[in-house]
Design a protein around this ligand. Structure first.
Ligand SMILES: *Cc1c(COP(=O)(O)O)cnc(C)c1O
Length: 501
């Protein structure tokens, strides 16, 4: 008896933490307090506290030591402030110019909060109802921006990596089916598949190779095509590579063009590549994880011409549409091709109950339980609008150009390319030093010193074996002065390094 009463008591106290009508006030209180904590994060002066990893590790192990001690919301937020919010990387900060992380739009955050609270699972109609329609609407919107045909379709994914995975899988299974009558989804493998080859530029994202490995074909199934001095795939080299593979008995099945390479923001010549793909009767995928959103701009639309001829497209809203992670899509020219990933599970979407009035998005996804990530984008289109996003993207492109013009005649720098999108790759060069190894060390030192001190987060990459620094500009609120300030820090750090050594 006594035991039972005690159990009830504990449940009574904690039951208010479950989302429901009787916890409305607790919900509001928690969210309001959490919002206050996030506001304190916005007060952080630097993009990062600069606290060394060893300190963070020791803090972390203290804070999660006993999962059976329950704290109040105030205490918990206090702890998470010390452990995380005080040290989290602030992507909105003007000194953060490292990776493809954007500041996020407030309407998108509202969408995310609603999606998390209601916790819709988007995979079947009976778990999502109108949320399914909203995702489809967002897909239809982006397909039409890209002028894909009316049979086109798509699905939200966890990111560009997953979208590219679907592209490679679909391209392979479609080729195997169309040309060899093979149903790889059922049979799993056929010897001829080991001859299939994908073509992409040498500047394509690593997920192409990684995904080729994940679908069992290995890195060697991906042929890297050389790029020109603007980091764009050379179309004559593409044709040569295809011919060469054919001569050695291999079978070209797909070309992956990049619209906005991760490092250089360069656009492969989509229209020409589309023609080559048609000529060789192979799948044409466009990886627009970074540059796809530029379809909303006036400055870059022409670089995306040809995307309307793609068999499939990757686009990352969490990179260039100011959405919180995850928000991304995989688009396909013909909705029929989703048959290569669809599965009919008795407990979710039995084939015999298939009914187009009640669509089950699971039939297009490689995930099962899936977040309602489309809601963020819906809020964004409603409240911010496509034109504004386009103008944000134009702004960050012009910022990259401004940095380029500001440093191009500076003897302290060597620039790798003229920005086509919103990245700029360059390196600091010390006068009188010829050896690349020393330049490499100095540039890495600059990057690490600036990061560790919390002064600025700059990325690095390699070009022809040399280490370069990279700015990825995704914050339309940044000014040229903000960026020149980082340039000055780079110079100062580079100069100091010489003195110490
Ligand atoms: C970032 C990127 C990817 C991978 O996208 P994720 O969302 O990080 O998985 C793929 N392709 C290109 C060109 C990218 O820039």
């Amino acid at each position: 008896m006594i035991l039972e009463t005690q159990t009830n008591l504990i449940t009574d106290l904690k039951v208010n933490q479950l989302f429901g009508p009787d916890s409305k006030y607790t919900y509001k209180e928690y969210i309001e307090q959490a919002v206050q904590s996030v506001c304190s994060f916005l007060n952080n002066e630097k993009f990062y506290s600069g606290e060394p990893a060893s300190n963070l590790k020791s803090k972390g192990s203290l804070l999660v030591s006993d999962p059976n001690i329950q704290l109040s919301i105030e205490e918990t937020l206090e702890e998470i402030k010390a452990l995380y919010l005080d040290h989290a990387i602030a992507f909105h900060h003007p000194t953060y110019v490292a990776h493809l992380n954007c500041p996020v739009l407030l309407p998108a955050i509202v969408g995310d909060l609603i999606a998390s609270s209601v916790n819709t699972a988007i995979e079947t109609w009976d778990q999502s109802t109108s949320a399914t329609l909203i995702e489809q609407e967002m897909i239809r919107w982006i397909c039409s921006e890209m002028s894909l045909p009316s049979a086109s379709d798509g699905v939200f994914t966890s990111g560009g990596t997953q979208s590219n995975f679907m592209a490679l899988l679909m391209a392979r299974d479609h080729y195997a089916f169309k040309h060899f009558g093979l149903n790889l989804k059922e049979s799993g493998w056929a010897d001829v598949v080991s001859k299939f080859r994908f073509f992409c530029s040498e500047k394509a994202h690593f997920s192409i190779k990684k995904n080729a490995a994940l679908i069992g074909m290995g890195y060697h199934a991906v042929i890297s095509v050389p790029t020109d001095d603007k980091m764009k795939m050379k179309s004559d080299a593409l044709v040569q590579a295809i011919e060469k593979e054919k001569q050695s008995g291999n079978i070209p099945i797909a070309i992956i063009a990049t619209a906005g390479t991760t490092d250089f923001g360069s656009f492969d010549p989509l229209e020409t590549i589309a023609k080559v793909a048609k000529e060789y009767d192979v799948w044409f995928h466009v990886d627009g994880a970074y540059g796809g959103s530029y379809i909303l701009t006036e400055t870059h639309q022409h670089l995306l011409r040809g995307i309307e001829r793609a068999d499939s497209v990757t686009i990352d809203f969490h990179k260039t549409m100011f959405q919180p992670v995850c928000s991304s899509a995989f688009l396909v020219r013909d909705t029929k091709h989703f048959k290569y990933v669809s599965y009919y599970a008795d407990y979710l979407n039995p084939l015999e109950h298939r009914d187009s009035t009640y669509p089950n998005l699971i039939e297009k996804s490689i995930q099962t339980t899936r977040r309602f990530d489309a809601l963020k984008l819906w809020f964004t289109l409603k409240m911010t609008g496509a034109k504004t996003i386009g103008s944000f993207l134009e702004k960050v492109h012009y910022l990259a150009l401004d940095v380029y013009h500001s440093i191009k005649d500076d003897v302290d720098f060597e620039i790798a390319h003229k920005p086509e999108l919103s990245t700029i790759v360059f390196r600091y060069v010390s006068p009188g030093i010829a050896a690349d190894a020393i330049h490499n060390t100095i540039n890495l030192n600059i990057k690490n010193t600036l990061f560790k001190s919390g002064q600025a987060s700059v990325a690095s990459t390699k070009l022809d074996g040399r280490i370069y620094l990279k700015f990825t500009l995704l914050n339309p609120k940044s000014t040229l002065d903000d960026l020149l300030n980082i340039i000055q820090m780079i110079k100062d750090t580079g100069k100091k390094y010489k003195i110490h050594n």
